[in-house]
Write a protein that binds this ligand. Structure first.
Ligand SMILES: [Mg+2]
Length: 347
């Protein structure tokens, strides 16, 4: 399948909450950070929903159940039901159920979210390699997961039992720093066994398929803060995406993004759902002289750096820079220095 390479953010013509029927929202860095709601998230989501947009929350974290995630969101002020939460545990449970006999036993290395998701598919979670499992599944188990759990996985995998992972996020950012995520735990088992797991979570197709099956979205918009999970997942699912700058991605990373990491739209935070996205104009075919324009800004790719002139809203400047950088980068990431241009925007 060939797709044209994205060389610019797009204009939306109307508010995103009207242009799309469902928002598929990442949680950490988008809706909350460190347990607290991100600025403008609660009001923006309430208004988008009042306007008729369906909201679904899509997380790679397999530890918590949809009930627990929904309760947390409701506590923050966004009334949410468990059916509005989709987890990588659900995606991997469906993947396993399609490949093992119905009612099969599955060895769980992880938390309650995985066990609940397996039971929902009619599978039986078990705790030991001696329980004759038909599959091994590994998801984030939290800080209390004992080392011996990895040994159980290795014993079963060594006998040829197929191995699955909910997701492979290497790290989990927290208040005290960066902690190892499920991807790091998967590496432990991979190194010990030499085996390869089947993986469900973002950016891979099983997760996107799970969200579409559960929401029935016809025109979804993926909303995320990470280029290599949220935005790449939207790219792989061939749906549009909005990057918000409230999480782990900064302007420089966005400008250097290769094609699969380039979002359809970019905005500062979730207020972007309630507005139309402006057009970026410019003609790459006419040469670099004309530059790319958005709002009051014009951006160009110079010899060594991205150049920006004009004034206006910072996000419009960033959108113009994206067009200049992505056009210059083509099918690769753009290597031009963006520091001075971004400093001008305060980004
Ligand atoms: Mg995130």
């Amino acid at each position: 399948m060939s797709r044209s390479v994205r060389t610019s953010p797009e204009g939306s013509g109307r508010d995103l909450s009207e242009a799309y029927d469902t928002a598929l929202l990442d949680l950490d860095g988008v809706v909350y950070a460190g347990g607290n709601a991100i600025a403008h998230a609660v009001e923006s989501l309430s208004r988008a929903r009042d306007g008729g947009m369906r909201l679904a929350y899509v997380t790679n974290n397999a530890l918590r159940t949809p009930d627990a995630v929904a309760a947390h969101l409701s506590e923050l002020g966004m009334a949410t039901g468990a059916a509005d939460v989709i987890t990588s545990a659900q995606a991997v449970a469906r993947l396993i159920a399609e490949q093992v006999p119905s009612g099969a036993r599955v060895l769980v290395i992880g938390g309650e979210g995985l066990r609940v998701a397996l039971r929902e598919r009619g599978l039986e979670p078990v705790e030991s390699a001696e329980d004759d499992p038909a599959a091994v599944v590994q998801g984030f188990g939290g800080p209390e997961l004992p080392w011996g759990r990895f040994a159980e996985a290795c014993y079963a995998i060594a006998r040829g039992v197929p191995w699955y992972a909910s997701n492979t996020d290497l790290t989990i950012p927290g208040a005290r720093g960066i902690a190892p995520g499920n991807g790091a735990a998967v590496e432990v088992v991979r190194i010990a066994t030499g085996a390869e797991p089947q993986v469900a979570g973002k950016p891979l197709p099983p997760m996107h398929r799970e969200t579409i099956l559960r929401t029935g979205a016809r025109r979804p918009l993926v909303v995320g803060d990470r280029l290599d999970t949220d935005i790449e997942g939207a790219f792989n699912g061939e749906v549009d995406s909005l990057l918000v700058l409230t999480g782990v991605t900064d302007g420089a990373q966005l400008l250097a993004a290769p094609p699969q990491h380039r979002p359809t739209y970019v905005d500062a935070d979730l207020r972007g759902l309630l507005t139309g996205q402006p057009d970026v104009t410019g003609d790459a075919g006419a040469g670099a002289d004309g530059g790319f324009r958005c709002g009051g800004w014009t951006a160009r790719a110079g010899e060594e750096r991205l150049e920006l002139e004009g004034d206006g809203a910072a996000l419009d400047g960033l959108r113009a820079l994206c067009a200049a950088a992505w056009t210059a980068g083509g099918e690769e990431g753009c290597g031009l220095d963006s520091g001075k241009a971004l400093a001008r925007l305060g980004l």
